[in-house]
Design a protein around this ligand. Structure first.
Ligand code: SAH
Length: 370
């Protein structure tokens, strides 16, 4: 298939002319997921040279500790001889490579793994192929959670859910209206208030007294994904660990942002060339998981989770007998992951499991708490 010649901005404008104002979620979907011109179809978006940096790209210890969590989860569910280890949105595959290196020492783990990478971007898949180490069974790629096979499932996802679109509603003099992208008189993209909110029951209790201009974000696609994952865990057994930036209590506020080259950008300027995200509402995810019958952990901060997984101990083992500048780099990587004013408190960790495995997993953070 050859690449389309029309720019993404023009295609969005054309769609608006035909169908009317485009809700934010649909705009995000266009900008992020378009197979040719979407943001994740680009190369090198991740890392110091790209637009943003993630925890596994900061320190190998992040992926190692997640790998140890997966080993412990597998052991807790009875060390089945076959299980699916899946990662949602594996980026460059760095976390998975670190996870598997840490897990390799556990007898039977790698032999039991059927590795599934849930990824939609061809550019990311190419990077992942380069970085994933050899396993007894070839890894498999799929674009959908649905196709993660059968049997117990251990799934991890770091900064995956924030890449799925959100809807936004703005309080106006005439009630809550959906935030949409429309066209100004010159045909340029502009924000406009679209249709009214029909299902007011999704609003938090603070919405009634909120002033005009207040914003409510609704992660419909994210919640649906979590509900689906939870249903699978209830049926198949296993557990999932979700790490992302966001809030543990639902509320009002506009967290939608565009980031390009480590700087905030205008989301309507050059669609497809900036990362578009919004904070993850963990409270809503928890409700979606519980409605599907899953057992949900407390929502921990990344700091609480990594420290209870042994980050400080791992850092000192790694730094031991290394030259001072290497030791300093290891320590500063660890600090970046857990310092309150860096990634330590804005990033949250939540785990989900089916009722059959809940008791066995209760010993593991974040189920176990501090
Ligand atoms: N987990 C990685 C990458 C985070 S970026 C890290 O921590 O470094 C988000 C990742 O999710 C990218 O790999 C992106 O291509 C992928 N992604 C985005 N939307 C997706 C979707 N709908 N389904 C599967 N993967 C998706």
């Amino acid at each position: 298939m050859s690449k389309p010649q029309v720019s993404l901005a023009d295609r969005i404008a054309r769609s608006i002319r035909m169908d009317g104002p485009m809700p934010l979620a649909q705009f995000m979907q266009f900008c992020l997921a378009d197979p040719h011109q979407g943001y994740y179809a680009r190369e090198n978006v991740l890392g110091a040279e790209g637009d943003f940096i993630t925890a596994p790209e900061i320190s190998q210890m992040f992926g190692e500790l997640i790998g140890i969590w997966c080993v412990a989860a597998w052991q807790a569910i009875g060390a089945p001889a076959h299980f699916v280890l899946a990662e949602a949105g594996p980026g460059r595959g760095t976390m998975l490579a670190d996870m598997l290196r840490a897990a390799r020492g556990t007898s039977g783990f790698c032999e039991a793994v059927e590795l599934v990478l849930i990824e939609t971007s061809p550019a990311m898949i190419a990077a992942q192929r380069e970085n994933i180490p050899d396993l007894p069974v070839e890894p498999r790629w799929t674009g959908s959670l649905q196709e993660t096979g059968e049997g117990p499932l251990v799934l991890v996802g770091n900064e995956f859910l924030d890449a799925l679109p959100v809807r936004q509603f703005i309080k106006t003099g005439a009630g809550w209206r959906e935030r949409c992208v429309g066209l100004d008189e010159n045909g340029c993209l502009q924000w406009i208030a679209g249709a009214g909110l029909a299902g007011a029951s999704i609003l938090p209790s603070s919405a009634a007294a909120a002033p005009v201009g207040a914003v409510f974000e609704y992660g419909q696609a994210r919640n649906a994904w979590m509900e689906h994952l939870s249903e699978m865990l209830v049926q198949r057994g296993g557990a999932a660990l979700i790490v992302d930036y966001g809030h543990a209590k639902a509320g009002l506020g506009d967290t939608f942002q565009a980031v390009s080259r480590h700087m905030f950008a205008d989301p309507l300027n050059l669609p497809g060339q900036a990362d578009l995200t919004a904070h993850v509402d963990f409270d809503a995810l928890r409700r979606s998981a519980a409605e599907a019958g899953a057992h949900v952990s407390p929502i921990a901060t990344q700091r609480q989770f990594l420290l209870s997984m042994g980050l400080a101990e791992r850092a000192s083992v790694l730094a031991d007998a290394k030259p001072a500048h290497v030791g300093a780099r290891i320590e500063s990587g660890a600090a970046r992951l857990v310092d309150e004013n860096q990634m330590g408190s804005i990033f949250k960790v939540m785990a989900v499991t089916g009722p059959d495995d809940a008791q066995a997993l209760a010993i593991l953070p974040p189920f176990a708490g501090d």
